[in-house]
Design a protein around this ligand. Structure first.
Ligand code: UDP
Ligand code: MG
Length: 313
């Protein structure tokens, strides 16, 4: 039975200094929406005292729940864990570093009430993020958009509201390499957005290392597009044709023009060139194989250490 009008899933990784403000602002917004709400904090292996604070909130307020993961599994998995446990007519995913203003939940909810299943928060401005991050994000999403066969919203992260239908569909998607914003876009349903200014992170530093960011970026592409494989094989084809022409020319010049092409430099350059392309291609194929491997293992996505919730879906 759906007992709540709205549920909020909050992934937390070393956010102790942000939690109190986040909590009070979120509660305030939710109370203005409905008294039937729940908040699910997912502690993703924080090393500071985030968990202590979350436990305190949950003892003070019976509408606050927590999932404490056994270690750091990463943002996408933390959110997925929350989605598997929420019980409400709609669920909001929000970051815990106050970059996403909790007050916007009211606007997301209003759109949901108009009949939308997915309401994502689209960034009008991104404050306090490095030029490099903004540029790479911009290029990446434009590339992704060209490579996938469905609409992927630009300038939107995971801050969004999902209806029960969408949450159910997401929970039924078996992939291990989560790229939620892509999965949600792939699902379809009635989608819309509200605009907002993304604030600067209040305290602490980003838990998304470059490594994690790259992994997410690769997951986004490999989960939804086979284009890299296509391009790699096309590239191989083009290079083969080119080298065939070079061979023909070399034979021609040796026997007909009586000039043998010599040169250490050209040899090394072409060997290095082909070597580079081969490694790159194997790498691309490897990325796909590694994902098959992960999915075949069929491990649980995450391990729970402790919780005060039962799985509802
Ligand atoms: N986060 C998480 N696990 C991680 C990294 C981040 O649960 O391994 C959470 C983090 O606490 C925050 C959200 O995911 O609520 C977004 O992370 P962050 O702000 O570090 O990413 P950025 O905004 O820099 O992209
Ligand atoms: Mg952040």
């Amino acid at each position: 039975m759906l007992i709540n009008d709205i549920s909020v899933v909050i992934p937390v990784y070393n956010e102790a200094d942000n939690l109190t403000e986040l909590y009070s602002r979120t509660i305030k917004t939710l109370e203005s929406i409905s008294e039937k709400y729940q908040i699910i904090f997912v502690n993703d292996g924080s090393k500071d005292d985030s968990l202590t604070r979350i436990l305190k909130f949950s003892t003070e307020n019976s509408k606050v729940f927590y999932l404490n993961l056994s270690r750091n599994f990463g943002h996408q998995i933390a959110v997925s864990a929350g989605l598997e446990h929420c019980n409400a007519k709609c669920t909001v995913i929000i970051d815990s570093d106050l970059q996403d203003p909790p007050e916007l939940i009211s606007e997301l909810y209003a759109k949901h009430k108009e009949g939308f299943d997915v309401v994502y928060a689209k960034r009008r401005k991104r404050k306090g993020e490095s030029f490099l991050k903004k540029l790479t994000a911009k290029l990446y999403y434009r590339l992704l958009k060209r490579w996938v066969s469905f609409e992927i919203p630009l300038d939107a992260g995971d801050f969004r509201l999902l209806s029960k239908k969408v949450v159910k569909a997401i929970n039924a998607m078996p992939e291990q390499n989560k790229f939620l914003r892509g999965q949600i876009a792939w699902l379809g349903f009635k989608q819309t957005y509200v605009l907002y200014n993304r604030d600067v992170r209040k305290h602490g530093k980003s838990g998304y290392s470059y490594g994690k960011m790259f992994r997410l970026a690769f997951d986004g592409i490999t989960s939804f597009s086979d284009k890299p494989l296509l391009y790699v094989s096309r590239l191989g084809f083009v290079i083969s044709i080119f080298s065939f022409m070079v061979i023909v020319y070399a034979i021609f010049s040796h026997y007909v023009l009586k000039e043998t092409i010599t040169g250490w430099t050209s040899l090394i350059i072409s060997a290095a060139f082909i070597g580079g392309i081969q490694l790159l291609s194997i790498g691309v194929i490897g990325e796909y194989i590694s994902r098959i491997n992960t999915n075949v293992k069929n491990r649980p996505l995450y391990i729970l250490d402790s919780t005060n919730l039962s799985k509802e879906n």
